[in-house]
Design a binder for this molecule. Sequence first.
Ligand SMILES: [Zn+2]
Length: 539
Amino acid sequence: MTFEVRHRDMLARLGKISTKSGTIETPALLPVINPVIQPISIETMRQEYSCDALITNAYILMKRKATELREGGVHRFLDFDRVIMTDSGAYQILIYGKVDVSPEEIVQFQEQMASDIATILDIPTGWRSSKKQAKITVDETIKRAKQAMQIITRKDILWVGPIQGGQHLDLVAYAAKEVGKLPFAIHALGSPTPIMENYLFDKLVDMIMSAKMNMPQHRPLHLFGAGHPFMFALAVALGCDMFDSAAYAIFARQNRYMTEYGSRRLDELEYFPCSCSVCRKNTPKEVRLLPSQERQEILAKHNLSASFAELKRIKQAIIEGRLWEFLELRAHSHPALLQATKRLKEYEAYLENFSPTTKNSGLFFFSHLGLVRPEITRHRKRLSERYSPPRNAEILILLPSPSKRPFHQAKEVIGLMERIQKKFGKKQELFHICIYAAPFGVTPLELDEIYPLSQHEIALPLDLESKKYVASQVKGYIETFSYKRVILIEDPKVWKDTISIACKSIKKPNFPITVFPIKETFDKAAQNDIIGILQTSLI
Ligand SMILES: [Zn+2]
């Protein structure tokens, strides 16, 4: 199996998974094909939606058409020559409690019908399982995964190792570690459907991260039953590479219309907020009046189209390095999604560790929510772990954000530096200028050209949380390094004393800090005043 990654952003991977029937571009959505009731033909999926991968249920096929499939294979049966993934019947176990085939039979059947990606018969944990019950499902799934390895004969099929555990995160982590030790090509996180139906996206974040942090990084992660476009950005950002969706059809049956910012009932719509082929040609009123089957087909087509369109937007955002901005946009389509995005704070170290270090684009900061993004964590980490101030620096000059970036090119900073040089000559090396600004906190002036310290835009005025973050970074910076004195230049109107109060609370008793208030950017007069303060500080 090869999983070739072309672009990364956060934990997202735009890449290609090779199978015996062709490649799938990730992040990928595999529409669920129900061989019994199917609102959109496979031919339409292929031609109108350029769909090159499907998922269908091996258990249902085995119950209904076993001989035909054994003889002719699943590609001929569905008349689809691209990638076909099969699920094993675990969903039926979740709904009906059990299935009447053995794990061995399901593995063998998928080999016989030549699935490209196949899934062992796991035991879904479900949402309401007690810890004890959940442990039983996890242990049984691990046992079956090990057994499957003994009976698998076809090496050209990509086998999926499911990760169970439900809401019991330690069990998800354990399952990911254990199943990850076996030579599966792909892993899949099970049971999130009830979470998604109840909009418990913050719990989903925990589940995905528990799996992700404990499974082999280089393998793709499939998220079972996650078929609503409005949570794709979140799941992709957390490193889910594949999704399957029966939702496009199920929602259509329920007269529900999917959008990238949530679902609407057909009855509620006066306009279709979409320009896909069916929405261009119909109005909601016309669709409401259609016979049930036609109505379902139209809604299913739109739902599928909305799902694929959202994935394309996400892929483009990954290429542009704007997945975080895109995620923030989506996060604001529902409070539950925003809550889930805030949850990423818990995983900031891991997100930082596996996110790309440079990008082609600058960053946009809209609010304190952006403080979670990996670039901020990275700056903070590097400053505390790898940085030391210039050797002879004794006096730290903390300047507020100047009028221009890179900071050292701002006229007030140039003016101040020239004055320092003129006044102090060789002794200027005693002074060290750092800028404090949102969102990065403290930036030593000599680092200000390192990406993305100058390559970002920020919305002003700052919110209180962003100010508090900068204040805590200033405090931490002073506590970490051994300056002898700090001169803080602060505009009290902008910072409302947050920085000076933070400075006064540092854990260095009687440490000399001079606060010099200014108005907005400091002019020549203020620069002269600052020189005066520096002079006294040297006495
Ligand atoms: Zn549409």
